[in-house]
Design a protein around this ligand. Structure first.
Ligand SMILES: Cc1cc2nc3c(=O)[nH]c(=O)nc-3n(C[C@H](O)[C@H](O)[C@H](O)COP(=O)(O)OP(=O)(O)OC[C@H]3O[C@@H](n4cnc5c(N)ncnc54)[C@H](O)[C@@H]3O)c2cc1C
Length: 432
């Protein structure tokens, strides 16, 4: 059977894989190359009629710059950041509910327009897919699932990797799904197939997984008081609760009620999360009002509640000959700081930069030096993020009085220490 050959195959069209395929296709190294983007699930449509996607992500400034450059590199597509459905936040507040500890960040203090943006995942994906539709050198193979991976013989110099794909095609008249397998080959394989990466498993990358002890509950909530474009987070001994502001229309429409929806990420110990999931909608909202200290008044559910157990994982290596892992496939962290996809976008930027350096030196796309430099640049930062998430979680879980007192005093001092506070928030924004 003849197989189609690509220079690069990207597996997984989540936010990281899609951004990687687009950034490659637009970069000096990739613009004359043939790229395959393989995804098993058809894209989800963004909800309409005033409804919001329950899955949202906080996008930092460094990711905003990458995403903006992708749309400006593709004539005919508008910037995601001009969409009325993307919500900037100007302040961020963090409370320790076991005391009086409180930290407030304000973009005005940093002389910046905002601290970041909250975007519904399906809106982000629709914008990236829109750009993909205007990108000529990427074949979007969807729905196609990678079933198996074979390496070429050691002496072969190209066509290093063969992927066996399961291609599902929907026969609309008979309403049946036909499944057939097909093979493709590629010189470089980029795996962005998420935390449960099959590519990582097939190729024998070793990685460690740790249960965070938390399950996240996500939902859209209508609030009594406007959210005032602030991202809020309460830390309790059973886990953190985040209120992320949403909007469905232009900023000026805030009086129509757009500014009264938030997306919650309520990470709680597994048993308590199960209990919260079993409560009636009304009782759940009463618990939520208590946990958020009635900050935005009375609350109503505006979506179903969805739960997701939270694990952290990290691969020992991000690269093998002709293979690179990106995003959650390489490292997945607790969402308490809203950094997961931002770290994945930083992986994309670093990998493309290193491949471009290799291209300037006329090295082949799969040359190990670029891949190794990518790993050296990204692994320390991603590992630090993993350690920081574990430390934060552990610090706020401690109930002993001396720890709680120190923690609250520490937050108070930190809130006053403008230099340190600005350094930390700039880091979270991806500005240094
Ligand atoms: C509750 C929650 C809240 C979060 N909030 C934030 C936040 O505010 N900010 C933030 O930065 N991060 C946040 N994150 C983390 C963020 O969602 C992830 O880091 C991000 O989705 C990772 O993107 P990815 O593209 O690497 O992987 P994924 O989004 O998992 O995408 C992987 C893709 O690969 C496809 N795939 C898998 N296997 C195959 C195969 N064999 N063949 C073909 N395709 C395949 C899948 O269908 C999927 O589309 C949150 C996570 C959770 C759980």
């Amino acid at each position: 059977m003849s197989k189609t050959h690509y220079d690069i195959a990207v597996v997984g069209a989540g936010p990281v894989g899609l951004a990687a395929a687009l950034a490659l296709a637009q970069s000096p190294v990739g613009k004359s190359l043939k790229i395959a983007l393989i995804e098993s699930r058809p894209p989800r449509q963004a909800p309409t009629n005033g409804k919001f996607d329950t899955r949202v992500v906080a996008i930092n400034e460094s990711s905003r710059r990458l995403l903006d450059s992708l749309s400006s590199g593709s004539p005919g597509t508008g910037s995601l950041f001009n969409s009325p459905r993307i919500c900037p936040y100007y302040t961020m507040e963090v409370w320790d509910t076991a005391g009086s500890g409180h930290v407030r960040f304000d973009c005005a203090e940093l002389h910046h327009d905002n601290l970041g943006h909250i975007v519904e995942q399906s809106v982000l994906m629709a914008a990236l897919l829109d750009t993909l539709a205007n990108t000529k050198n990427v074949d979007f193979l969807c729905p196609h699932t990678v079933l198996d991976i074979q390496r070429a013989k050691p002496q072969a110099t190209s066509q290093a990797i063969t992927l066996k794909l399961d291609a599902n095609t929907l026969n609309k008249s008979a309403e049946t799904i036909a499944s057939e397998t097909t093979d493709i080959s590629a010189d470089l394989l980029i795996a962005a197939d998420g935390a449960r990466s099959q590519v990582r498993e097939h190729l024998g990358f070793t990685h460690h997984v740790s249960d965070t002890g938390h399950t996240a509950i996500v939902a859209t909530i209508k609030t009594e008081h406007p959210h005032a474009y602030s991202a809020r987070q309460w830390f309790s001994t059973t886990g953190p609760l985040a209120f992320l502001p949403l909007q469905a229309g232009p900023l000026t429409n805030s009086e129509t009620g757009d500014a009264q929806f938030v997306s919650i990420v309520w990470s709680q110990q597994h048993q308590r999360a199960e209990h919260l999931m079993e409560l009636s909608d009304q009782d759940f909202c009463r618990e939520l009002e208590l946990a958020s200290e009635h900050c935005l008044g009375s609350l109503q559910l505006a979506s179903q509640r969805i739960k997701a157990p939270l694990a952290q994982s990290h691969s020992d290596d991000y690269v093998q000959p002709s293979v690179a892992l990106l995003g959650d496939a390489a490292h997945a962290i607790h969402p308490l700081a809203g950094q997961g996809v931002n770290l994945g976008f930083s992986d994309v930027a670093a990998l493309i930069e290193e491949l471009n350096h290799g291209h300037e030196k006329a090295l082949p796309i799969y040359h190990p030096s670029a891949l190794k430099r990518y790993q050296r640049r990204r692994k320390p930062e991603n590992r630090m993020a993993e350690i920081a998430m574990t430390a934060f979680k552990t610090l706020f879980e401690r109930e002993e009085l001396p720890v709680a007192v120190l923690r609250n005093q520490g937050m108070w001092v930190f809130n006053k220490a403008k230099g340190l506070k600005h350094t930390i928030i700039k880091r979270a924004m991806g500005l240094d």
